[in-house]
Structure formats: structure tokens, C-alpha cells
Design a binder for this molecule. Sequence first.
Ligand code: C2E
Ligand code: MG
Ligand code: MG
Ligand code: MG
Length: 256
Amino acid sequence: MESNLRRALVQNEFILHYQPLVNLETGLIIGVEALIRWLHPELGVIMPDRFIHVAEETGLINPIGDWVLCEACRQAQAWCDEGLPPVFMAVNVAPVQFRQSGFIEVVAGALATSGLEPGRLELELTERTVMHDADINMGTLSALHRMGVELSLDDFGTGYSSLAYLKRFPVGKLKIDRSFVNDLETDPDDWAIASTIVSMGRSLRMTVLAEGVEKPEQLTLLRKMGCDMAQGYLFSRPVSAEGMADMLRRQPFVSR
Ligand code: C2E
Ligand code: MG
Ligand code: MG
Ligand code: MG
């Protein structure tokens, strides 16, 4: 797997798919999450859950993650140059990648090369990433924040978060993990957890996004809770860059 991944990098076998992030007040796509896929010459499409952990264990996540950042920023700016409605680009960052020395320079480089405004890039970090050695991470998070880059906490609720750090970290968004959204309409406990995250996010002046929304009933409940944004198969599965451009083209122009 390791040597296969190395070859994949050299041979450009990775591609990004994109999934819309929807503003629940307007119903418009205001952001897009970049999700990596591996187009294996013999095996076909390999999903990230099957190779990201190997990339993390071998350190290959650094060059792969750097490529993702550059490609996502390039694509976001390319859509903008085509005159499509401006969206922010959300990029997943693995723990090892976040902690590599020079990560801030990698982000700055991706922005400079693409010409993307820092405020249009959002880095998705997990609780596991930021809460581990929280004091050390504070420096990196603050530096990214000073650059104008947005930060979000992915899979929120599945890890361990110190509320004290949540208050101090310059994180602007919580993404409610889809395990709480799956059975939102039937499981009162999931409803309680999701609505608690929404209230807490609000009180902390953070944006709250629900992941994995598949059913209209879930959307109705999330709207009632005051959840700001959503993502899920109900709106669209992750699609190619061309597919995403078509989706953006079909929606009314939103000026910022
Ligand atoms: P994630 O960051 O939480 O991304 C959301 C995942 O949920 C994506 O899976 C997406 O396709 C899936 N999803 C979205 N809506 C729905 C829905 O309504 N129902 C269901 N069942 N699933 C939905 P995907 O693309 O397979 O990615 C899985 C994970 O792999 C991501 O979870 C992220 O942790 C990781 N990943 C993906 N791309 C990258 C990357 O470029 N770098 C790093 N470090 N990790 C990545
Ligand atoms: Mg994510
Ligand atoms: Mg997630
Ligand atoms: Mg903020």
C-alpha cells in the first residue's frame, strides 16, 4: 500500500471531488468541501477511508495533504475566475499534517500560488487534532487565523473537546458529526445532542453545520433548531469539479 501510494502521488492518481455546503436560511451553496479520491489504474476509485490512515502512518499524508491544499485552492480560484458565484473551499487536514513543521508556510504557499483570498479557505480539523497538545496547537491556530484563514471542527461530538479551549481557539464553525444526524428524526437522544451543539455554537458565536443530511425531515428539524448550514446526500453527493461548476452555475448569483 505504501509504495502504491508513493506511485499514486508521482503519477497524479489522486483527484478531488466536491460536496456543497448549504446555507439553510437562503438554501444557497456558500461553500464546498474537497474530498480526495484515488483513481487506481487497476482497482478503480478508492475512497479516503481506505487509504488516509496508511498515508498518516507512513507520513505520506504530508505530500498528499499539500497537494490537496494546492489543488483545492487552485480550483476555488478557477471557479471564481470563470465568474461562478463565490464559495469558500473547505479542506480536511490530518493531525500529522497539521503538526508538521512548516504547515503554515504550506497554507500560505497554496494561497499565494492560487491567488485565493485567505478568507475563502476553511481548514477542517478534528477535535483529536486540536485538543491533543492544545497549548502547542494554539500557536498554529492563531497564526492561521491571523492570515485570515477560517477554521472548523469536523466530526464534532465524536472526539473529546475541552470547553475552555473551544472558547479560546479561533475556530468559527462546528460540524455536527453525521452519526448524530442519521437518526435525528427518530432518536430523541440524537435530537438532544444535535440541538445542544446548535445552542452552544450559537452562544459561542460560531456557525453550526450538520453533516450527513439525507432526509427532508432531518432538514426540517435542523432548521427549527436554528442550525446555520448543512451538507449531505439530500443536497448532493460529492461530485467532480465539472459537476460542481454546473451546480454553481444553476444557482442565482450571490454577492458577498
Ligand atoms: P469528512 O471530512 O467528515 O467528510 C464527509 C464524509 O461524509 C465524506 O466521505 C462524504 O462523502 C460523506 N457524506 C456526505 N454526506 C453524506 C450523507 O448524507 N450520508 C453519508 N452516509 N455520508 C455522507 P468521504 O469522501 O468518503 O470521506 C471520508 C473521510 O475521509 C472524510 O470525512 C475525511 O475525514 C477524510 N478525507 C477525505 N478527503 C480528505 C483529504 O483530502 N485529506 C484528509 N486528511 N482527509 C480526507
Ligand atoms: Mg471534513
Ligand atoms: Mg466529518
Ligand atoms: Mg472566527
